[in-house]
Each structure stands twice: as structure tokens, then as C-alpha cells.
Design a protein around this ligand. Structure first.
Ligand SMILES: C[S@@+](CC[C@H](N)C(=O)[O-])C[C@H]1O[C@@H](n2cnc3c(N)ncnc32)[C@H](O)[C@@H]1O
Length: 265
């Protein structure tokens, strides 16, 4: 009885990081899958790759070695952090592939242009609000686990004969590109004063009504980073607090170049 109570007290006192570590054990992403994750995110020399729960460091190390990127792996298990640093030094990329003993939930995600994760769906869902708040255009790749109703922009399936878990020796890789937050009412400026765009956004999917003069256009489309595109060929880009129509599609041609700001009130 005393032992059970002691165990209960210990579990209640355990910091959240310990529970997370127990929930997400160290399982490696096989080499060919690591490569496919980085290719899916189109990692390049200008990227900063953040691997959340970086295990033995393989994702950040390959990003640096093969694609010339810089990156940081955050990992809660000290031995794995040490091993990652040794692996990076052996691969000759210790300058660009760094590792920190750190709780992924206490990590500044905004440093990344690419985030990689091999966690669990419930951990992905806990991270989701912070991921959706990142700079539009940030790419996120998750090994196997999705993010509920924030549907991936792309999913690929990769043969993974070396996968240490599961009977199905295949991995599903999901890519999301953080969409700009364009939800709401937009008012035309300058010569387009009077034009209105009312936009309803669910993650990277939107529908909108664009009205100018006596015309009104219904737009349904997707958001790719800072760009909004509808099926009819309409395109707009959000820069800072301004939204600019770059292609009219089915909307009046005169609206190309029209700029909108958020309507007051
Ligand atoms: C499934 S492994 C993935 C390792 C590596 N990213 C890969 O794909 O090969 C998940 C890793 O997350 C680490 N981890 C679990 N909870 C964590 C937390 N709260 N903060 C940082 N790392 C954590 C685990 O120790 C483990 O090494």
C-alpha cells in the first residue's frame, strides 16, 4: 500500500517533460525515411531545421550533410544529446547541426523554417496551436502522425524495411505549410475603396465573397503560406497587414493589383 501511494505521489510530482518522454520513446526514423522527410520539405542551404525530439540526431545531421542546411535538435534524454553531438562531429557538420537538452514544449519554434517530428498524434495536437501561429510558409513534416482536422498539404508513403516498430514496414510522411491568417473582412483601399472581401478560413482552406460595384464573386480555394488561390484562377498574397490581388481568375480583371486592409470595426 505504502509503495503504491509512494508511486502515485511520484507520478503526480513528475514534471510534464518526464511524462512526455515516457509517452514518446526513442525510436529511430530509418535512413531512407529521414531522407524522404527532408525531400518532402524541400530542405535547402537557406533552411533552419528544428527536430522536436531529435533522438540520435539523424534528421538534423542529414539536413546539414546532404542539403547544406543548419539546424537544431531538441531532445530530453541527455545521453541522446551527447550521442547526437558525437554523430554530428563524425559527419563533419557540428558547426551547423546543433543539439540541446531541452523540452520540446519549452522550445522557441519561431527559429525554424522547417520543423520535423516523429512523436505521437496527441503530442502533435498539443503542439498544433503553436505550429499554426508560426511564420506563414514554415514547413512541418511529421513521420506517421497527423494533426487531426488540420489536414496535411501532402502525404507520401515510403517503404521502410528497417522500421523498428509496427508490422507494416511503411512510413507515412505528412507535410503542412503554415498558412497565413487571412480570416475576416477586408476593405479595398485607394481606387478600390468600396471593394470587399469576406473570407472564412479553416487552416489552409478558405471560402470568400469578393464584391466590387455590382459584381460579387464566390471564391473557394487553398492557402499556401502567404498565397491564397481559388479554383477559378483568383490569386492574392498577404504581406504584413495588406492583402493584394495578383490574379483575377473569374473575378473582374480590373481588380488585379487591388490592395485590401482589414476593415475597421
Ligand atoms: C520517436 S523518437 C524520434 C527520434 C528522431 N526524431 C528520429 O526521427 O529518429 C522521439 C524522441 O523524442 C524524445 N522526447 C520525448 N519527449 C520529449 C520532450 N518533451 N522534449 C524533447 N524530446 C522529447 C524522446 O526521447 C525520443 O528520443
Amino acid at each position: 500500500m505504502r509503495t503504491a501511494l509512494a508511486a502515485l505521489a511520484l507520478s503526480l510530482a513528475a514534471p510534464p517533460t518526464l511524462r512526455a518522454q515516457e509517452e514518446v520513446p526513442f525510436v529511430v526514423t530509418p535512413d531512407n525515411v529521414t531522407l524522404a522527410m527532408l525531400e518532402l520539405a524541400q530542405v535547402g542551404p537557406q533552411d533552419f531545421v528544428l527536430d522536436l525530439g531529435s533522438g540520435d540526431g539523424r534528421i538534423v545531421i542529414l539536413a546539414a550533410r546532404r542539403f547544406g542546411a543548419s539546424g537544431l535538435g531538441v531532445e530530453i534524454v541527455p545521453d541522446l544529446v551527447e550521442r547526437s553531438r558525437r554523430n554530428a562531429a563524425k559527419a563533419g557538420v557540428a558547426e551547423r547541426a546543433k543539439f540541446a537538452e531541452q523540452d520540446l514544449f519549452k522550445t522557441d519554434l519561431s527559429v525554424a523554417t522547417v520543423i520535423t517530428m516523429y512523436l505521437l498524434q496527441e503530442v502533435n495536437l498539443q503542439l498544433r496551436p503553436a505550429l499554426l501561429a508560426l511564420q506563414p510558409g514554415t514547413r512541418i513534416v511529421s513521420h506517421d502522425w497527423d494533426m487531426g482536422d488540420w489536414r496535411p498539404d501532402r502525404t507520401v508513403t515510403v517503404d521502410a524495411p528497417d522500421k523498428p516498430v509496427g508490422r507494416d514496414k511503411r512510413s507515412r510522411l505528412h507535410l503542412w505549410v503554415v498558412p497565413v491568417r487571412a480570416d475576416g473582412a477586408w476593405c479595398g483601399t485607394g481606387a478600390n475603396h468600396g471593394a470587399r472581401l469576406r473570407l472564412v478560413q479553416k487552416h489552409q482552406v478558405f471560402d470568400a465573397t469578393l464584391s466590387a460595384g455590382s459584381t460579387a464573386q464566390l471564391l473557394v480555394g487553398r492557402i499556401d503560406g502567404p498565397r491564397l488561390r481559388s479554383a477559378g484562377g483568383f490569386e492574392a498574397t498577404m504581406r504584413g497587414a495588406q492583402l493584394r490581388i495578383t490574379q483575377a481568375g473569374d473575378a473582374p480583371l480590373a481588380l488585379v493589383g487591388a490592395e485590401f486592409e482589414r476593415c475597421a470595426g
